[in-house]
Design a protein around this ligand. Structure first.
Ligand SMILES: Cc1ncc(COP(=O)(O)O)c(C=O)c1O
Length: 351
């Protein structure tokens, strides 16, 4: 991704929400300008303490957290906030004015995910951009979007179309605003599926992919990557075997894998992840994770499964559907080279 950002002529500001740990973020920014994206203020605070000085909190900030953000902004080179609401702008302006600060703010644009962001073709979008640009207590950093809808694509070709749409929505709103004199230093976009597929980001200045640091079963299904590219898995132990019901039970329930339903639009029977051998070298296609309760995973075996390979106590690796969610369930990662544990990394917790 770092090479691709360079090739496409954009700055890489990786989203660290996937792993939430300093060591992984330091690897991601190597050779780039060092900026990162976070999705909680707890991440922002921890990464600031770890030496990251240019942070975008890419989440529409709640007014109750503005004071925390302002406190942090005073301690680092640049903290940028994201908003799509005039009341939030007023709350940020008031807090910044009290502390004598000028805060960087991005206008969040909805490019089709319909989760948050202003609708790009509306007068409201233009009016809010103008209001941010006019303010003396905030500085308009630019426009920011995230093509969450790319997760509904089935393959790389569909993701490439989503990438073009993400770029075009941002560029056309920018053109309209710039035509009336609104300055927009940055146009920032990015999701892992769109950035894996993108081949032209003309007009865009910055990208914020996150999941690519680990990838997962979902990204394999929609062709963002191959299974060999996935860097995150959960090591689990067989705690029950019931050949008569063709069922294995593992000690890795929803609190280990999360309950993300996965890429059911590509494979309705995808279950809750991909099952690998304990060293990660082989996929067990004869096993599917069909059910999860809090600490238990229920695996269904194909008729021809080799039951001698799965005694109670045997270990298996599960590549979860969504590594960002699964990773957030753990208090540490074991960093592996094959079977050797090279390090233990601790993710940030909290909001
Ligand atoms: C605002 C924003 N930017 C960037 C990302 C990174 O997306 P991905 O994890 O698909 O790379 C996310 C992920 O949810 C996001 O919400």
């Amino acid at each position: 991704m770092a090479e691709k950002a360079t090739r496409l002529g954009v700055r890489l500001r990786p989203h660290v929400k996937t792993h939430k740990c300093l060591e992984a973020a330091r690897l991601q920014v190597r050779g780039h300008f060092g900026g990162i994206t976070v999705s909680t203020l707890a991440e922002a605070q921890a990464f600031a303490a770890g030496g990251f000085g240019d942070i975008t909190y890419a989440y529409t900030i709640a007014p109750s957290r503005v004071a925390d953000a302002v406190d942090l902004a005073r301690r680092i080179d640049r903290l940028s906030l994201v908003l799509d609401d005039a009341d939030v702008l007023a709350a940020i302006e008031a807090a910044a004015a009290t502390k004598g600060l000028c805060l960087g703010v991005f206008l969040k644009v909805d490019c089709g995910a319909h989760r948050s962001g202003v609708a790009p073709d509306t007068e409201d979008a233009v009016a809010l951009a103008r209001a941010i640009a006019r303010s003396s207590h905030v500085e308009l950093g630019g426009l920011l979007t995230h093509a969450g809808q790319a997760y509904r694509s089935c393959n790389a070709e569909e993701a490439r179309a989503a990438a073009s749409a993400e770029r075009d929505v941002l560029c056309s709103l920018a053109q309209r605003l710039r035509a009336e004199g609104v300055e927009l230093p940055e146009l920032s976009l990015g999701s892992t599926p769109t950035l894996c597929a993108a081949d032209d980001l003309s007009g865009i200045t910055e990208v914020r992919p996150g999941n690519y640091a680990f990838f997962d079963a979902y990204q394999v299904a929609i062709e963002s990557c191959a299974l060999e590219d996935v860097a995150f898995s959960v090591l689990a132990t067989v705690v029950g075997r019931y050949p008569a019901r063709r069922t294995l039970v593992l000690d890795a329930g929803a609190l280990a894998l999360s309950k993300d339903a996965g890429p059911t639009h590509v494979d309705p029977a995808c279950g809750y992840g991909l099952v690998l051998s304990s060293d990660g070298s082989r996929r067990h296609t004869s096993l599917r994770v069909v059910g999860l309760t809090q600490e238990h995973a229920e695996l269904r075996a194909a008729e021809d499964a080799d039951w001698s390979a799965f005694p109670v106590g045997a270990r298996l690796r599960i590549v979860p559907n969504h590594s960002c969610l699964a990773a957030a369930l753990f208090d540490r990662y074991h960093v592996l080279r094959r079977d050797e544990v090279l390090a233990e990394w601790r993710p940030v917790k909290g909001w």
